[in-house]
Design a protein around this ligand. Structure first.
Ligand SMILES: Nc1ncnc2c1ncn2[C@@H]1O[C@H](COP(=O)(O)OP(=O)(O)O)[C@@H](O)[C@H]1O
Ligand SMILES: [Mg+2]
Length: 304
């Protein structure tokens, strides 16, 4: 089998969209994005065969996402296209970010795992799920079912809820279901505040951990100390200090970094995996937008 036919070891499923950010009175900037798509780009950039699995439209925004996916080296056999409207995140205020989503009957909802390349599940080591795709039906159900199928075949499951306003009501069953399927759960301090309103951070973290005590949990807190829970063990570490351009996609780079470390260097201990994840997150902050750091950028921060 030639290298170009090689199937990915990592698949991030869903959460591919265009951010449309207001830059002035009536001016807007479009940026390919989506948390799931950023995680895929992070792992691909670090150097593993990766796919972002989902469905795009046939419009200009979807072409932009397609081209950026090709440029990121993602396996395009996992990107489907259908003649339906694109999914857009309209960020109409930036301080603080205020947004809504447009995508009624969107192209993303048409994603069909039955059309993925033969044998892909056997080849995959890890698959990642999260963010708004899980609450956009029927896609959410498709993805949760896919996660269960993959898990049953021995593929490890990563889950980052990535709180968005669409999860304000009725998200708990999805959170429980995905947490129960996950081998790895990533949350930020802000996710915990929004998912468990009124609970202290410690109590919220305990709730997540109790949903699946066998899952590894990564809690990030921006530039502050992060916590990794593995069974009864807890590891804590501070991200490297960097000059921050912006923190867009920092969490996606950190979970991407952790997944890369687990797949590419399984011999490492948990403190090393954690340090790698935090360096990847910090490296993403040095450039504006959801920058996917290279392996060299991450390693340079690790040894700084
Ligand atoms: N200001 C910062 N300086 C250095 N690293 C940062 C900073 N903000 C985020 N990071 C890195 O990105 C990781 C995830 O950031 P965080 O803001 O907690 O997640 P999310 O993007 O999901 O909200 C942090 O653990 C850290 O490694
Ligand atoms: Mg996040």
């Amino acid at each position: 089998m030639s290298a170009s036919n090689e199937l990915p070891v990592f698949i991030s499923a869903g959460d591919i969209l265009t951010d449309l950010v207001r830059t002035g009175d009536s001016s807007w900037l479009s940026r390919p994005g989506g948390a799931g798509w950023n995680v895929a780009r992070a792992v691909a950039r670090l150097g593993l065969p990766t796919a972002s699995a989902g469905s795009l439209g046939v419009d200009w925004f979807s072409d932009e996402l397609w081209d950026a996916s090709v440029a990121a080296g993602l396996d395009m056999r996992f990107m489907q296209r259908v003649s339906r409207p694109p999914l857009l995140a309209i960020v109409h205020e930036t301080h603080p970010p205020t947004y809504f989503f447009m995508g009624d009957n969107g192209a993303d909802l048409a994603f069909d795992p039955a059309h993925l390349p033969a044998g892909w599940m056997e080849h995959a080591k890890w698959a990642h799920f999260g963010c708004i795709s899980l609450v956009r039906q029927p896609l959410g159900e498709t993805l949760a079912t896919l996660a269960a199928d993959l898990r049953a075949r021995g593929v490890k499951i990563s889950f980052d809820p990535n709180y968005r306003n669409l999860m304000e009501h009725g998200y708990e069953p999805t959170l429980r279901r995905m947490a129960a399927l996950a081998d790895l759960i990533k949350v930020s301090d802000e996710d915990l505040r929004m998912l468990f309103k009124g609970l202290s951070e410690a109590d919220a973290l305990t709730r997540i951990h109790e949903m699946n005590p066998a899952a590894t949990v990564l809690l990030t807190r921006g530039s502050d100390t992060a916590t990794l829970i593995v069974g009864d063990e807890r590891f804590e570490a501070r991200p490297p200090r960097v000059e921050v351009a912006d923190t867009v996609g920092a969490g996606d780079a950190s979970i991407g970094g952790l997944l890369y470390s687990l797949m590419a260097a399984p011999q490492r201990g948990w403190p090393e995996h954690l340090a790698f994840a935090l360096a990847a997150g910090a490296a993403a902050c040095r450039h504006s937008g959801a920058h996917s750091p290279s392996l060299d950028e991450v390693v340079a921060l690790l040894s700084a």
